[in-house]
Each structure stands twice: as C-alpha cells, then as structure tokens.
Design a protein around this ligand. Structure first.
Ligand SMILES: Cc1cc2nc3c(=O)[nH]c(=O)nc-3n(C[C@H](O)[C@H](O)[C@H](O)COP(=O)(O)O)c2cc1C
Ligand code: SF4
Length: 386
C-alpha cells in the first residue's frame, strides 16, 4: 500500500490517509457569513471522496477582518450552529475536518465596504475595493473604478496596542467556537498577505514598537495569538497553521527567518505546519497558473525542505501537487507528512477515491484558475465541470 494511504495521528486527531484539502474559500456562505446547505453538501462530498483531512475555507474572526463576500464567519457564537452542520455532515464519513480562521488585515475589502476601517500592522494608502455582487471593483486614487479579479491592499490604519489585543482575543474566542462546533482542530491562516503574515513581514510591518523590527518582535503577534488560542481550547486539541515561510515581495520575509519562525512555533506547541507563502507582490501569486509539467509541481518543495531541517512536527506541503508519484515521494522522503491540495479537488472532489481504486493518472486540474473567475461571478466550480 502507498504511504499516502497510511493513517497519521496529529495531536490525537487520527487522519485516515495523507491527503489534505487545503483551505478553500467557496463563496457558499450567506452575506453575513452563515453556512448554507450548499456549503455543507460541497464539504460532505469531499468526505465522501475520501479526503483524509478537510480544511474549511478561512472564517473571519473579527468583522474588521473580512476579505471577500460570502465568506465564512466565526466572530460570534451565532455561527456555531451552522458550523455544527458541517462537522456532522463530514463525520458521517471517515474524514476529519478543521476550520481555518483568520483576519485579513490590509486586505479586508468587505469590512472596508461596510464602513469598517481597515487595520494593518502599518498604515497603507493605496486603493480600495468594493463589490457589485461578488465582482470586485478596485477604486483608484482618481476614483475611477477598474475591474480586476484580485484583492488589493487598501488604505489601512496602523493598529493601536488596544486593537492588536482585541484581535488576539478574537482569535481565542473564535477557536473556542471552532471546538464547540465539533471541528477536529483549528488552523491559523498565517499566509497570503493577511494579518499574521503582515506582522511577520519586514516589508509590511514597519513598526518601531515591540510588534515590529527584529524577527523576535515580528513573530510576537502569531506567538501571542497561539498562546491565547491554546489557553482557550486546551492542550488536548490540534492547533495548526498555514504559514508563509517566505514573502514574494521586495525586502519581505526571507526564508531563513520563515524557518526560524516555524521552529519557534513548533517549540511552543503548534501541532502541524502547512508551508505556503507570505506577503505577495501579485494577488493570488500562491495560486499559480501554468503548472503544466512535472518540474513545475510542488512549488514550495524547496521551502518545505528548509523548514523540515529544523522542524520535526507534522508538515503539510501545498502548491501545485498533481502527480501521484510526486506526492508519494514528498511523503516517503519525509519532506512533508501530508500533501495538501486545493484546485484538484475543485475539479475532482473524489480524486482520493480514484487514486485508491488504482487509477493514478495525475489530477485533471490544469491550473488555469478559471474556478477563481467563476467564484468572482458567485459560484466556485471548475470550468470543465460547468
Ligand atoms: C478558490 C480558492 C480559494 C482559496 N481559499 C483559500 C483559503 O480560504 N485559505 C487559504 O489558506 N488558501 C486558500 N486558497 C489557496 C489554496 O488553499 C492553495 O494554497 C493554493 O491554491 C495552491 O494549491 P493548489 O495548487 O493545490 O491549488 C484558495 C485557492 C483557491 C483556488
Ligand atoms: S478551473 Fe478547473 S482546471 Fe482550472 S484551475 Fe480551477 S479546478 Fe483546475
């Protein structure tokens, strides 16, 4: 049997195989962040398709931190019941299910549209975004709307000490709700230019107080969030992070610092780390197109190798994994313990089942990002399945 079908135990969470559905915002929630029947069916279908661990798309922990329309929310107890429907539906199968939680920092486009001031480690003054339905409209300084298909950093104010403490507290309360809703664990969204990665980034975080400057200060935010979450959920609950190991921006977080951060997170008790990228120059750089050769697959493999040298806790590798044997090698060689996929499961929700039954042709996803365009129009579907 392939190592990909061996179970793994992460802090008491027994995952039946090594396939993780990386967190995927699906746009199925209501405008105020409540789970719908469509969300439940979409996630249960992945469990039916034998995905070992399903990470549900990022839910915002503060109203200030909402990135996109129809995004899952977890900033209030009223979201627990909807989330319970997800965990109950997934738990009818063998899969485990985790909720990713986050605050979008300077990319909190919807919060901004609702008239909530966007907050970030350091102030930014660029463009702002509003939505017509789910279509993003970027307003330039001249006030002329431009139609673009990505989220752009907007004008944001530097967070005060009090606001920083409020977000840390919001993470703790959110994680308690995650546990109450029956999830098997919680994952911080610590990448992609959102708040945690902005704090870690020397380019995005230009503070001169104890939250900025040397790496020790820049990682204080995630370490404080971790401590608060751990106190809130207890020692016996899996707490994980998808982290930007490296920024893709001038003067951003360099990989050696990302490795040091991962090492520290493991030391303080983080149960698993998914390796991704941090602050990016182009929006959605982490969702790379043109993964059309074997050489272009596993685009964070080198980052993960560096993290692995210093970190012994379970690692997940995400980013352009398509071929069964490449995934198998990643796990066999010990670079990562699990493989995490997003787009391949949009095209083929039952991909794991197909692999297990012996059809090990690569995932059919061609990394065209047509699904992102469909999502902008309101529905997350693969253009080849429409
Ligand atoms: C539609 C869509 C929604 C996404 N939503 C999230 C999200 O909520 N949280 C997150 O960490 N990454 C999100 N991502 C990024 C993916 O989890 C993944 O890191 C990236 O797509 C690379 O993996 P892949 O090549 O297997 O798609 C999203 C990607 C797509 C295409
Ligand atoms: S539209 Fe389909 S093939 Fe293209 S990236 Fe999305 S899931 Fe893959």
């Amino acid at each position: 049997m392939s190592i990909l079908f061996e179970p793994i135990n992460i802090a008491g969470m027994e995952i039946p195989n090594r396939f993780v559905r990386s967190a995927t915002h699906d746009g199925f929630s209501t405008v105020d962040g409540q789970i719908t029947d469509e969300s439940v069916e979409f996630l249960a279908d992945l469990a039916k398709g034998e995905v070992g661990l399903i990470i549900v798309g990022f839910a915002y922990v503060t109203p200030t931190g909402q990135a996109v329309p129809d995004q899952n929310a977890i900033y209030d107890d009223r979201f627990i019941d909807g989330m319970k429907r997800v965990t109950e539906a997934v738990h009818r199968y063998d899969s485990k299910v985790v909720l990713q939680i986050g605050d979008s920092g300077s990319q909190s486009a919807v919060g901004r549209q609702k008239g909530i001031q966007t907050l970030a480690p350091s102030g930014t003054k660029k463009e702002w975004v509003s939505f017509e339905g789910t279509k993003e409209i970027i307003h330039t300084e001249k006030g002329t709307p431009e139609y673009k298909a990505h989220t752009t950093p907007m004008e944001a104010l530097e967070m005060t000490e009090e606001q920083i403490q409020q977000v840390i507290e919001a993470y703790a309360l959110a994680a308690r709700r995650v546990r109450a809703a029956g999830f098997d664990g919680v994952q911080f969204h610590g990448g992609h230019g959102y708040l945690i990665s902005e704090f870690a980034s020397p380019a995005a975080n230009r503070r001169s107080d104890e939250w900025g400057g040397p790496l020790e200060n820049r990682m204080r935010f995630i370490l404080s969030c971790y401590e608060a979450v751990r106190d809130s959920v207890g020692q016996d609950y899996p707490v994980m992070i998808k982290m930007g190991a490296e920024d893709q921006i001038k003067d951003g977080l360099p990989l050696p610092e990302g490795v040091q951060m991962a090492k520290r997170l493991a030391q303080v008790g983080m149960d698993a780390i998914e390796v991704s990228e941090g602050v990016e120059q182009e929006a959605a750089h982490h969702i790379r197109t043109g993964v059309d050769t074997r050489e272009k697959e596993a685009y964070y493999l080198d980052s993960a190798r560096e993290v692995r040298k210093e970190v012994k806790i379970p690692l997940f590798l995400v980013g352009g994994l398509r071929s069964f044997d490449i995934m198998e090698r990643v796990v066999e060689e010990g670079v990562a313990d699990c493989v995490a996929l997003c787009r391949p499961f949009i095209r083929e929700p039952h991909l794991v089942e197909r692999f297990r039954e012996g059809d090990q042709e690569p995932a059919k996803c061609v990394s065209c990002n047509g699904c992102l365009e469909n999502l902008q129009k309101g529905r997350l579907t693969c253009i080849f399945n429409d």
